[in-house]
Design a protein around this ligand. Structure first.
Ligand SMILES: NC(=O)c1ccc[n+]([C@@H]2O[C@H](COP(=O)([O-])OP(=O)(O)OC[C@H]3O[C@@H](n4cnc5c(N)ncnc54)[C@H](OP(=O)(O)O)[C@@H]3O)[C@@H](O)[C@H]2O)c1
Length: 97
């Protein structure tokens, strides 16, 4: 079965990070949405060391240009329908950040 992919914002620590970890353990490919590249890469490296398929997406949810850029990048990489769903989810999470 094809692996599903999810983008989680605020994912370099705390609730976002643990959500990424748990979804990774469930078999999702996880994109860690982080505003800081160094903190984000540290978090990605930790999950990779645990066998989780994690990748870094730079996104600042308070910056529309950053959100649009991340969305456009994911549309290029994923099937459009999937990307739309994930970015909608990302925007929902943005409200709590
Ligand atoms: N902890 C709880 O028990 C609890 C319970 C209920 C609700 N909540 C709510 O859930 C949310 C997350 O809680 P938390 O404890 O995980 O918070 P946290 O430890 O402060 O972590 C917040 C995460 O969001 C990131 N972030 C902040 N501003 C961002 C932005 N503009 N763009 C992208 N990422 C951004 C932070 O990245 P940086 O490292 O770059 O700052 C960090 O990764 C908060 O809104 C909190 O009020 C928490």
């Amino acid at each position: 079965m094809k692996k599903r992919t999810v983008l989680i914002t605020g994912a370099n620590k705390s609730i976002g990070f643990e959500t990424a970890r748990e979804m990774g353990k469930l078999g999702f490919n996880v994109w860690l949405g982080c505003r800081d590249g160094v903190r984000g890469q540290d978090a990605v490296s930790l999950l990779l060391s645990e066998g989780i398929k994690a990748r870094l997406a730079i996104i600042d949810v308070t910056d529309q240009e950053s959100v649009d850029g991340c969305r456009a990048d994911k549309v290029r990489r994923w099937k459009t329908r999937c990307a739309d769903q994930q970015c909608g989810y990302s925007r929902n999470l943005a409200h709590r950040a």
